[in-house]
Design a protein around this ligand. Structure first.
Ligand SMILES: [Cu+2]
Length: 144
């Protein structure tokens, strides 16, 4: 292979590798529209990130026992946009505290919903407006 064609080959190879990396990690937008998250249920792959936007007067708070084991709980600051990268597979439930009573709750499914059974169990013990999460869980396919 001549020097020029080997340089061209390497450039081409690197372009493909870069494209691969770009495809591998995705960012998913969750739009806070009035008093709901759009989409309220997002399906992503491990290593992807989610970004909440238009969070004026909203927050995002994970629910204890309703995220996969080993995953970190979160609580975003009121009114601030927020971004998270999720590496651990499973279902994550979260709420907007000020608008919980309006059903402003959401689910993120990372890869396979491996903890769905546990999340459903915990959801049965939810109190008051937190019970709005139950309705969201019913929308998930009953795989487990
Ligand atoms: Cu809200």
């Amino acid at each position: 292979m001549s020097k020029i064609s080997s340089i061209m080959f390497m450039t081409l190879l690197m372009t493909f590798l870069k494209c691969d990396l770009l495809l591998a990690v995705e960012s998913h937008i969750i739009n806070a529209e009035a008093r709901r998250f759009v989409s309220d249920i997002v399906y992503i792959q491990p290593g992807d990130s989610v970004a909440w936007i238009n969070m004026t007067s909203h927050n995002s708070v994970s629910i204890e026992g309703m995220i996969p084991e080993g995953a970190e709980a979160w609580r975003s600051d009121m009114g601030d946009n927020y971004q998270l990268t999720l590496n651990i597979e499973g279902v994550y439930a979260y709420v907007c505290e000020p608008h919980l009573g309006f059903g402003m709750v959401g689910l993120i499914v990372v890869g396979e919903p491996v903890n769905l059974k546990k999340v459903r169990e915990v959801s049965l013990k939810l109190q008051g407006p937190y019970r709005r999460i139950l309705g969201k869980l019913r929308k998930l396919p009953a795989t487990q």
